[in-house]
Design a protein around this ligand. Structure first.
Ligand code: TYM
Length: 339
């Protein structure tokens, strides 16, 4: 990791290995990490495996998905020479700081989180009990961010509320116990901050959803990608307009197409006279975008020791960065340092 100045902006972001990575993850977050963040800041990216334990999980699957997510991030273009890539559970500081965040946040704040409300409702309706860690999840996420003195957190817009909570916790902690934390802010992409499910364009394309027909996974076979996009739910009517409220299905396709081709959804709308043509163009643009990622992923899978080495080096650097700040937080809050 080369660092040209000492006062570089720090960026941190993470991805949860709770399912296969989706087009939403890619367009909403990962692509920006690759194309902008790793070159413009001291950037750390983390496969946040502890967060995958907040709902019922299969241990072997979490391990597999953790390795796969790291491999895919490298395949997408994260370069260990330009950024730090690591696995959350390899750096103890996250769990250590999370407890202090729980001691800073309130029960009401946690219960107000939209994702908690949605996920807890889903768990309850399927007869599963809700894990306590699902409620305290944003405290761990705040710890992830604050341990590194992070200035910016590039995320899709579903995560903005959690980053705002991290911001509040940093400010509250600093006011109560002294200036330990940098106050972070979320940044969202210009378009595709929320890629919607192709079968239900009023809900987010989410990697852990049970219904997969509306979700494009980065490792889907090209034919599957084409099929999913060609079968996307569009709206009644025939005119191609960019109207997120009246035509959410069409608007979602236009957003995806614009995001893949670096265009403007409103302008692209004028170029199509049928939904079929829009779907075809979108499918081709997505395939074009994913082709090199899939190819590089296949190459990296043949060399697992390379990926392991990247994660080992990444965790070492992350530990070195996080440790002093977490120690400072422990001291500031009133814990006696070990002799
Ligand atoms: P996760 O794993 O759900 O998603 C990873 C990133 O992808 C974005 N994203 C989307 N963007 C646009 N459209 C979509 N349909 C879509 N689906 C997902 C997310 O906004 C996110 O940026 N809690 C986080 C992981 C996390 C984290 C952190 C992030 C843990 N600690 C600290 C940043 C900083 C999560 O579950 O993301």
């Amino acid at each position: 990791m080369t660092q040209t100045t000492t006062a570089r902006r720090r960026i941190f972001s993470g991805i949860k290995p709770s399912g296969h990575l989706t087009l939403g993850n890619y367009l909403g977050a990962v692509r920006r990490w690759v194309q902008e963040d790793q070159d413009n800041a001291d950037a750390l990216f983390c496969v946040v495996d502890l967060h995958a334990l907040t709902v019922e999980h299969d241990p072997a699957r979490v391990r597999r998905l953790t390795r796969q997510a790291a491999t895919l991030l490298l395949a997408a273009g994260l370069d260990p020479e330009r950024c730090t890539l690591f696995v959350q559970s390899h750096v103890d500081e996250h769990a250590r700081l999370s407890y202090l965040m729980e001691c800073t946040a309130t029960d009401g704040e946690m219960r107000r989180m939209i994702q908690y409300k949605e996920k807890a409702a889903r768990e309850r309706s399927s007869g599963t009990s809700v894990r306590l860690s699902l409620l305290t999840y944003p405290a761990l996420m705040a710890a992830d961010i604050l341990a590194y003195g992070t200035h910016e957190v590039p995320v899709g817009d579903d995560q903005t509320q959690h980053v705002e909570l991290a911001r509040d916790l940093a400010q509250r902690f600093n006011q109560r116990y002294g200036p330990v934390f940098t106050v972070p802010r979320a940044t969202n992409p210009r378009i595709s901050a929320r890629v919607m499910d192709l079968q239900d364009p009023t809900s987010k394309m989410g990697k852990s959803h049970a219904e997969t027909a509306g979700i494009v996974y980065l490792l889907d076979e090209p034919e599957a990608v084409r099929k999913k996009i060609m079968r996307a739910v569009t709206d009644s009517g025939t005119e191609v307009r960019y109207d997120r409220t009246a035509q959410p299905g069409v608007a979602n396709l236009l957003d995806v197409l614009a995001s893949c081709t670096d265009g403007k959804p409103e302008v692209l709308a004028g170029e199509f006279t049928s939904y079929g043509a829009l779907k075809k163009a979108t499918a081709e643009a997505v395939l074009e975008l994913l082709r090199p990622v899939r190819a590089r992923h296949a190459e990296l899978c043949a060399d697992p020791s390379y990926v392991e080495g990247v994660l080992r080096t990444g965790a070492e650097r992350a530990r070195g960065l996080a440790r002093p700040r977490v120690d400072a937080a422990y001291a500031a809050i009133g814990l006696l340092p070990p002799a």
